[in-house]
Design a protein around this ligand. Structure first.
Ligand code: CMX
Length: 436
């Protein structure tokens, strides 16, 4: 198989690098941990390695070393589109090499062969109460698919450790292939007539999602799906979904179980669910002013929100200290395709107004927009107006990153994770010397 051959060819080099670091420099201290870091979400503590993506505070995301704008130019494009094929991106994440058109097409074709979802998964989802959140449906759907795990079956019958990654890779390709269909099924079940069109053999993975929710005739929405699924695929190892999936997979839970765990983390309002909160807030602002406000009025409104202790969704970030380049890429898409859209104009007006206010207030570490400041407004423009569904779209994309990490964690034989906890009393006795 093309992808496994590429990974296999690189493994001796990677294993040698890791063994050298662990062997001759194993006692080298990367960082110290302070009590305030322990009590503030282990923020900034360098405890993980991700070679798949990295978030630089001032430059934003790099996927396998490439920035968002570089990849938008370099990745093979979908037919009749200037947006990248998700198959090419997944090839890059897995293989650490920019794909040729043929390599990107290879992944897309593998996905086409593997995209059928067993009926029992749909039956499970149909039996849940109608008001179940789409992220819960998505997580349950992925967990139900775990029955298909080739790793779990092979592990039961005995596997050698150095082969684990091959089975993880099979599972990863099988699971990612099914994600557009699973997400479309959930969308149709919850918000449409419950009927999901079969995937089109002539469309790529991203555009097939658009097709399966009955937006076949809207090429601009196909392009938005391609852009969105590219932009959200990974964001280094420390965010809640990546960190959770990595931890769970370190127990040799297969990619279905670990991805579902990551998805449950993504469902939190401070993480992936923020895009739904952000659109709700944008609409509230628009309704408050009865349309696009004057900048002065908006400024007063934003100050009032902050002074009342309100949170402004879509602004701030745990790592970034600049405008998220994923926000910029989507803003450019909107400016090019529908500059007259009122909600997009509001997003832009807030972008031009809020950062100086947040700076002046002096509380937030990052006064700039993150990707969620625009995600929902774009979907809304295309009539995908069900806010609570947006995080599912994020999840479809993010599972590419989660599974690529899981494959490489097994390939490099990463062990089960087990940090140590302390009691408050232990910390108190440690600091006695510091206080005296
Ligand atoms: N509006 C108002 N206040 C904000 C704020 C915002 N957008 N972002 C941070 N603050 C406040 C915090 O509540 C905190 O206040 P307290 O000290 O009173 O608790 C203070 O500013 C400092 O927080 P921070 O160090 O800047 O932010 P964190 O690293 O703790 O949290 C994040 C980062 C994203 C959770 C936070 O900025 C936030 O809640 N933003 C709004 C929600 C959002 O957009 N989430 C999407 C995150 C994207 C992702 O995870 O992918």
């Amino acid at each position: 198989m093309l992808v496994s051959d590429r990974i296999e060819a690189q493994l001796p080099g990677w294993r040698e690098r890791v063994n050298r670091l662990r062997g001759s420099c194993g006692d080298f201290k990367v960082c110290d941990v302070t009590i305030s870091q322990i009590y503030s979400g282990i923020r900034g503590v360098q405890i993980q390695v991700s070679d798949i993506s990295h978030v630089d505070p001032y430059e934003g995301l790099r996927l396998r070393g490439y920035t968002v704008s570089e990849l938008l130019k370099l990745l093979p494009k979908a037919p009749n589109s200037d947006m990248p094929l998700a198959g090419g991106l997944y090839y890059l994440l897995l293989c650490d090499e920019l794909p040729t058109q043929a390599e990107a097409d290879w992944v897309e074709n593998e996905w086409k062969k593997r995209c059928l979802i067993p009926t029992y998964v749909f039956n499970v989802l149909r039996r849940l109460p109608k008001e179940t959140h789409p992220m819960t449906l998505f997580s349950i759907g992925i967990t139900a698919l775990q029955r298909e795990s080739v790793f779990a079956k092979a592990y039961e019958s005995g596997l050698i450790k150095s082969d684990y990654w091959r089975y993880y890779l099979e599972d990863a390709l099988n699971l990612t292939a099914k994600l557009p269909g699973l997400a479309a099924f959930i969308y149709n079940l919850k918000y449409q007539d419950g009927i999901t069109l079969p995937a089109s053999p002539t469309l790529d993975w991203s555009a097939n999602f658009a097709h399966m929710i009955d937006r076949t005739g809207d090429p601009a929405y196909h392009d938005l799906c391609r852009l969105f699924f590219f932009l959200h695929s990974d964001h280094e190892g420390g965010n809640v979904s990546a960190h959770t999936a990595h931890l769970v997979s370190s127990a040799l839970s297969d990619v279905y179980l670990s991805s579902a765990a990551g998805i449950n983390g993504l469902a939190g309002p401070l993480h992936g669910l923020a895009n739904q909160e952000c659109l709700k807030w944008l609409l509230t602002v628009r309704d408050h002013f009865g349309g696009l406000p004057e900048q002065e009025d908006l400024r007063a409104y934003l100050w009032e929100t902050l002074n009342n202790g309100g949170l402004i969704p879509g602004y701030g970030h745990g790592v970034l200290r600049t405008t998220d380049p994923r926000f910029t890429a989507q803003m450019e898409f909107a400016r090019k395709n529908f500059p007259e859209d009122e909600l997009i104009q509001l997003v832009e007006l807030i972008y031009n107004t809020l950062p100086p206010i947040l700076k002046e207030q002096g509380k937030v570490s990052n006064p700039w927009p993150n990707v969620d400041a625009i995600n929902g407004a774009l979907q809304y423009h295309f009539g995908v107006k069900e806010f609570d569904f947006y995080t599912v779209l994020f999840g479809v994309s993010r599972i590419m990153g989660l599974t690529a990490h899981a494959v490489w964690a097994r390939a490099l034989n990463k062990p089960i994770e087990r940090p140590k906890s302390l009691t408050t009393e232990m910390l108190e006795s440690m600091v006695v010397t510091c206080e005296s």
